[in-house]
Design a protein around this ligand. Structure first.
Ligand code: HEM
Length: 351
């Protein structure tokens, strides 16, 4: 990411589309962790296109979900056909990924310890399948579904958080400077900010927390269903009722937060409120047994990317644009993404 931005900035001092850069970063990171390598070229392009359409479909209005006997509407308006096309596209791609991993394993034979350091998510799932670790059979379709799960849940969400963090920093130059000072002081003279440095970057953690509060990437979390009849605030809720939690509104509730619309990372100084699902004022990753299993991964990647961006570059809005003019509109859909991309001028900083 850093090299890409440098290249764009150096050639003709061009404006960098930071949103695009962050999307590529997260796709590549999750690809390498989950699939063992980046997917470029035609298959990579197709995969990214499928992911984009998949996310769009997740947020699409499906008549059958609400009025089952009107399900034919989804067939007539083309929704079913799109769903099938995307499902088949994914299946073909993931079939290739699984086969490639099985071939690689065969090629390596059973040499003890060989290739251990290169193990990725697919290798681990195949290992579980082979060794029957779970005590029940893991089918090939299950493996493909789990890979898709990690992708769909892990890429756009993380990019969204990074994008909002950058947008808020551009909107609040004083906060950007404070964070940049912290990052540059702690990583001083190093080539890159590393994970060891992150532990010491306390203000960075406050900035990420405040971004999660104000810009909960998954505003309504994931739909759940009540398993039994329950009474809440005087209302009778039947078993089997779909439950939607408005984490976005909770994060901006004036009865819970002082000046909730303001981006103020310092509010978390000396506060024990965290986003791990134990404080219901702040639940960007949900809570309980079905809470997000990728929380720590997402935070690590976000902190590392943000710290390195600020360590390596002085970032500003292009053409003397004013911070207060930065468009902070949200898109509609499953994710509350930034509606317009962030365009910046990134000047490499020499240490
Ligand atoms: C900033 C980044 C992320 C945010 C805001 C986020 C948020 C969420 C939320 C709100 C849920 C539903 C929780 C609930 O209903 O209680 C969820 C579930 C999930 N997340 Fe994340 N997530 C992020 C990153 C990731 C990453 C990086 C991965 C994996 C690589 C991941 C994997 C999953 C999976 C597999 C589920 C489904 C869990 C289940 O239903 O059992 N997430 N996430």
């Amino acid at each position: 990411m850093v090299e890409n931005i440098k290249e764009i900035s150096n050639s003709l001092n061009q404006v960098v589309n930071l949103s695009e850069t962050l999307v590529s970063l997260m796709n590549d990171v999750v690809c390498r962790v989950a699939l063992g390598r980046k997917y470029g070229g035609e298959s990579g392009r197709k995969f990214k296109e499928l992911l984009r359409e998949f996310m769009e479909l997740l947020g699409a209005f499906c008549v059958r979900d609400y009025i089952p006997w009107f399900g034919w509407v989804d067939r007539v308006n083309g929704l079913d056909a799109r769903v099938n096309r995307v499902a088949n596209g994914f299946d073909e791609f993931l079939e290739g990924v699984v086969s490639e991993h099985m071939e690689k394993k065969k090629g390596k034979g059973n040499v003890e310890g060989e290739g251990e350091e290169e193990e990725d998510f697919v290798d681990i799932l195949l290992e579980i399948q082979k060794e029957h670790t779970l005590g029940f059979p893991v089918h090939r379709d299950t493996i493909k579904a789990l890979i898709l799960d990690a992708f769909s849940a892990g890429t756009d969400t993380t990019t969204t958080l990074l994008e909002w963090a950058m947008a808020e920093l551009l909107k609040h130059p004083q906060i950007m400077i404070k964070l940049q000072n912290e990052v540059r002081k702690i990583a001083k003279n190093k080539l890159n900010v590393t994970e060891d440095d992150l532990e010491k970057m306390q203000y960075l953690k406050l900035v990420i927390k405040e971004t999660l509060r104000l810009h909960t990437p998954v505003p309504l979390l994931v739909p759940r269903e009540s398993t039994q009849e329950v009474k809440i605030l005087g209302y009778d809720v039947e078993a089997g009722t779909q439950v939607r939690i408005n984490a976005w509104a909770i994060g901006r509730d004036p009865s819970l937060w002082e000046d909730p619309e303001e981006f103020r990372p310092e509010r978390f100084l000396n506060s024990s409120i965290d986003f791990k699902g134990f404080n219901f004022e702040l639940i960007p990753f949900g809570a309980g047994r079905r809470g997000c299993p990728g929380t720590l991964f997402a935070i690590a990647v976000n902190e590392l990317a943000l710290a390195n961006l600020l360590y390596k570059f002085d970032i500003a809005l292009p053409g003397g644009a004013r911070a207060e003019d930065l468009d902070m509109a949200e898109s509609i859909g499953t994710l509350a993404q930034k509606k317009t991309p962030i365009l910046v001028v990134a000047t490499p900083y020499s240490h």
